[in-house]
Ligand binder design. Structure first.
Ligand SMILES: [Zn+2]
Length: 459
């Protein structure tokens, strides 16, 4: 008897395993990209950014809509593979008519009323949410930040990656997030992963898995002949997006016959957001850019007297009325009092001054061009409006082969800034200098930075 039971159990376990593996083997397995941060960092840094968003965005402040989004979000989260991490999930409705939604690392999800109004049914809204939740589960935001930090060779202090401005010195340690930060600009491969995982989550929670792709198609329709929706600037369209989603649906076994498309709750929430008051016009940006307390006027002109900065490997001279805003073994940031401004998201970003940094990996004259291009594309990833205005030209710095490149970018104080980038080939890693100032005042700063660069000595 016991032997028979034993055989029966083993047989049923084998059958069970066989049926599981045939059902599971087919769906795509997703591996989160390399990440130098811990999931706890996703939560703590995401929370800081979420607090800023809550202060700056106009939320719907409609408990019924928030409760509905939380209920829908929780249903999807229940089917989301977070690799064992418990995120503090929050769902907020934003009173903004543009069709957009975003999720911060750690699970702080913001959904514009425009996205709810544009969705035809619950499976489409669930689709865009499942896509966002997948970015959180795969930790794409901090993975992107990891790549950027690694390329820069400076994980902590340089705002160039996280601050949203080129020379932005961070006044705090750790990741700093600014609006338009690297954390929300996903790569195309991250997009494909979020599409595939989002489709699986929709399927597993009983929704029509076509909802997400239908919503993206709708967004694309909207975009025809107009500016593309904000959603696509953060979530670039990967190649064959719709085909890849269809392929995953096939791998999952096709569209379930009883897949949920819509609900009375969705229709009620959609009616509710349509009755919300129109979003208030954003306050016009102050004519005078925000400055450090007590700094009402532009910073004082750079002094002609200089002080010496010594770092392992190099010395340079900078004006004696500038201060050192940040420094570590990879570099430092210098600027006049008032040179660091609030970049609009509560973070300090360098508006006037000079940044020196070092990238990893030995660089010689022949690889300098490529290394410079890599640095520029990393900067552009974090600063979508940054443009090269003058191509790299060969120069010499303290007898070392160097390249001089000019770029433009949004200044943290409003208007445009000029960024003069000088990269130097060094066996211990490429050294770069970024001289930053608003375009209209750049000439003064070009002279001061030029004098500082003339005094650079490598040891
Ligand atoms: Zn995305």
């Amino acid at each position: 008897m016991s032997a028979a039971v034993g055989r029966f159990s083993i047989l049923s376990i084998l059958l069970l395993l066989a049926s599981c593996s045939s059902a599971l083997a087919q769906r795509s397995q997703l591996k989160a990209p390399w990440n130098m941060y811990s999931p706890e960092t996703d939560i703590t840094e995401g929370k800081k950014f979420a607090n800023q968003v809550e202060k700056q965005a106009q939320l719907c402040h409609d408990p019924k809509v928030d409760a509905y989004l939380t209920q829908l979000g929780s249903r999807l989260v229940a089917r989301l593979n977070t690799n064992g991490v418990q995120y503090p999930w929050e769902f907020h409705c934003v009173n903004d008519r543009s069709i957009n939604a975003f999720a911060l690392p750690g699970g702080y999800v913001f959904i514009n009323r425009g996205a709810i109004e544009a969705a035809d049914n619950e499976s489409q809204l669930a689709g865009v949410m499942a896509h966002e939740l997948s970015h959180v589960a795969l930790r794409h935001g901090t993975a992107q930040a990891s790549k950027a930090s690694f390329a820069q060779g400076a994980a902590g202090i340089f705002g160039s990656i996280f601050g949203g401005t080129t020379g932005g010195a961070l006044l705090t340690q750790g990741i700093t997030l600014g609006a338009g930060s690297a954390l929300l600009h996903y790569s195309r491969s991250a997009e494909t992963q979020a599409d595939v995982m989002g489709t699986q989550v929709l399927f597993d929670s009983g929704y029509d898995p076509r909802g997400m792709a239908q919503f993206f198609e709708k967004l694309q329709e909207e975009a025809k002949g107009k500016n593309p929706p904000e959603f696509f600037s953060d979530h670039p369209n990967p190649d064959h997006r719709l085909e890849r989603v269809d392929e995953e649906i096939q791998k999952l076994g096709g569209i379930p016959p009883n897949a949920r498309k819509d609900s009375a709750e969705f229709e009620a929430a959609k009616r509710e957001v349509m009755t919300l008051p129109a979003p208030a016009k954003p306050a016009p940006r102050a004519a005078t850019p925000p400055r450090e307390p007590g700094q009402g006027a532009p910073p004082p002109a750079p002094s002609e007297k200089s002080v010496t900065y010594r770092q392992s490997g190099l010395t340079l001279q900078y004006p004696d009325n500038w201060k050192q805003y940040a420094s570590d073994e990879n570099g430092a940031t210098f600027g006049p009092p008032g040179g660091v401004m609030d970049d609009g998201s509560g973070h300090g970003a360098l508006a006037y001054g000079l940044t020196v940094g070092r990238a990893k990996g030995s660089v010689d004259a022949s690889s300098l061009g490529d290394a410079t291009q890599r640095l520029i594309s990393d900067l552009q990833q974090a600063n979508p409006n940054m443009k090269v205005t003058r191509q790299s030209q060969n120069v010499k710095l303290n007898e070392q082969p160097a390249l001089s490149t000019y770029l433009s970018n949004d200044s943290p104080g409003g208007g445009l800034e000029t960024d003069w980038l000088v990269t130097v080939a060094r066996p211990e890693g490429m050294v770069y200098f970024v001289c930053t100032a608003p375009q209209v005042e750049f000439e003064t700063y070009r002279k001061a930075c030029g004098a500082a660069l003339d005094g650079v000595r490598f040891r």
